[in-house]
Write a protein that binds this ligand. Sequence first.
Ligand SMILES: [Zn+2]
Length: 152
Amino acid sequence: MSASDLTLDDIGLPIATCSRCGGCGHYSYNTRDGSRCYGCNGGGTQWTAASKKQFALLTADRTAANSVLAVDVKIGDVLRLGSRNWFTVVAIRESDTQIQFDGAKRSAGFHKTSTVELRRPFDIKPYVAAAVATEIKKIARAEAKANKGGSK
Ligand SMILES: [Zn+2]
């Protein structure tokens, strides 16, 4: 194993052979999912610890960066309503304490000081780079240890 053996997923995060099934995608059988492995969802690979850590950081940072006060929302922002619905703000009306956002198909009122979640592009490259760097360091350490112990 060397740094060049690093396998990456489609967003560039390091992945490794699934530790549960050993990469075959199958594990113990049950009637609902057959023998599909729950470690890798049948794909045979899973994120490394560094990938999981960086993805968690990314999610937390993105959530923090996209949480804004209702008064700071602008026309054109994509705002989350409820757990799944997003709409683009096309008009904003303000009263003393409330702000009304109009989307193309619906509208919603928020208290001015409410925190709302926007959908904005977020750069994932630094997180991917950090996960790759951690993985490469880990491989280098393992190699150094193996060389120290003599050839096997
Ligand atoms: Zn698996």
